[in-house]
Design a protein around this ligand. Structure first.
Ligand code: ATP
Ligand code: MG
Length: 440
């Protein structure tokens, strides 16, 4: 595929040829100024939605009533939106109506000055109605106009202020920050889906640790992730955790993420979320018995609340549930170890374990032990086809149910360990153990 910049330039040229104004708009201009590759290039134009649909052969009317059309050109998707100004906000989230307007009015409806820039890719000139370029250089997130008014209109912007400050490693201008903190409790007017999208961008992009601190200091964490807020001040044994409490430990993990997928990022965030509920103290110190089990259940609840996909929920909760097993890998029997290593989330769990260690005692013995195992065991040894199936057992008189499940698991462990190597041996073993359980 052609570079997105080239395609986006061609879209502007096409619109200009048809007699319309067209510019690159919003976050991509900020990223280009900062010499970063934009996630996507959005185009703003004086052409109305029907016209955009007429000019480009492949379009999707994603937000036609707001003037937003997706244009597919040369394999890429681009948002082409009519310059607009927004009517009154009634639900704290979306305007009642929009009116098509000029670039200046369009800049004034945007959330932050650094997100309100336009760029003419033909003349190679920035158009800046809000002193956004100054704020890019000063690395400042500042609301366009009155932060209180802008946040009251759309409560999502409160969270976006924190998101951009973290992603870009900017500071939040004092007046904007005051409004964030005062209005944080109103974030509940935003849907869980939109919260998830912004949280995803906080925790999977650079400076996730800073994002966590800003969520906390803004008051947003207490509102949207109170279970994470509860980790603050939960002290741990200085022997295993010289770095400090559960919250600080988690922040350190987030700092170590490098282009994580969502499952790793949220596993890092949630791996110790069960600790505040599990904590007990006795003369020997502080303990968190079964915190990984409690945490796995809590993770499921929290991610379900945020409308994550079932697959993501299952994978994160598996990572949380398994993260303490790494302490015992060197005592595990071969079969159990292989089964552990064959889990579909194992590579994510390995990375979680690595950053978990580096964010506390710093010892990587178990990690290195497993790395060596990975290099020694061929893939087909790790996940061989089971020697016998449930069907085979039914043929020799088993009834399907939990008992048969146990036999199948034990057989597979024995196969992984190499104590049973053929179909006949496996059936023999099953028969023997069936008789045993019958005589009980
Ligand atoms: P990135 O794509 O890197 O996450 P972005 O700046 O492109 O960052 P988007 O969420 O893609 O952010 O939004 C595109 C642009 O639309 C923003 O730069 C901003 O100008 C405008 N915008 C998006 N959401 C809002 C909002 N809730 N209120 C006001 N303007 C918004
Ligand atoms: Mg964008």
């Amino acid at each position: 595929m052609k570079e997105q910049k080239e395609i986006a330039l061609n879209i502007v040229k096409t619109l200009r040829k048809a007699g319309f104004e067209a510019l690159w708009a919003g976050g991509c201009v900020r990223d280009l100024l900062m010499r970063k590759e934009p996630h996507d290039i959005d185009i703003a134009t004086s052409a109305h939605p029907e016209t955009i649909e007429r000019i480009f052969p492949k379009t999707i009317p994603v937000g036609k009533q707001f003037g937003v059309i997706l244009v597919e050109e040369e394999g890429g998707m681009f948002e082409v939106a009519t310059f607009r100004t927004e009517g009154e906000y009634r639900d704290g989230r979306r305007p009642e109506s929009v009116t098509f307007a000029n670039p200046e009015r369009d800049a004034l409806r945007r959330d932050f000055t650094v997100n309100a820039l336009f760029y003419d890719p033909i003349e190679k000139k920035i158009m800046d109605f809000v002193d956004g370029e100054r704020d890019v250089w000063a690395k400042v997130i500042r609301a366009v106009g009155s932060p209180y008014a802008r946040f009251e209109e759309d409560k999502l912007r409160i969270l976006r202020a924190v998101r951009f400050a973290a992603n870009l490693d900017f500071t939040i201008e004092p007046e904007t920050w005051r409004a964030v903190r005062e209005l944080a409790h109103k974030i509940h007017q935003v849907s869980q889906e939109r919260l998830r999208e912004e949280l995803m961008k906080i925790f999977t992009r650079p400076n996730a640790g800073k994002g966590l601190l800003l969520l906390d200091e803004s008051g947003l964490l207490q509102e949207i992730l109170p279970e994470i807020s509860a980790m603050k001040g939960v002290e741990q044994s200085p022997e295993y955790h010289p770095e400090g409490d559960v919250f600080i430990h988690t922040k350190l993990l987030l700092d170590k993420l490098e282009k994580p997928d969502p499952v790793l990022a949220f596993s890092a965030l949630l791996h110790d979320v069960g600790k505040p509920r599990a904590v007990t103290r006795d003369e020997r110190g502080v303990h968190f018995y079964e915190h990984e089990k409690i945490g796995a259940v809590m993770s499921q609840e929290m991610l379900r609340r945020l409308r994550f996909s079932n697959k993501e929920i299952d994978e994160v909760s598996a990572c949380v549930a398994n993260h303490m097993k790494f302490a015992h890998v060197r005592e595990m029997r071969e079969g159990k170890l292989k089964r552990f290593m064959a889990s579909p989330t194992f590579s994510t769990e390995m990375e979680l374990h690595r950053i978990d260690c580096l964010s506390s005692h710093g010892k990587l013995d178990n990690y290195h032990f497993l790395q060596k195992k990975i290099s020694e065991i061929p893939e087909e040894d790790l996940k061989p086809k089971p020697l016998v199936s449930g069907h085979d057992l039914i043929k020799i008189g088993f009834k399907s149910g939990p008992e048969m499940g146990k036999i199948l698991t034990a057989l597979y462990d024995a196969q992984l360990e190499g104590t049973i190597t053929t179909y006949d041996e496996a059936l023999e073993w099953a028969k023997k153990n069936k008789n045993k359980s019958d005589s009980h």
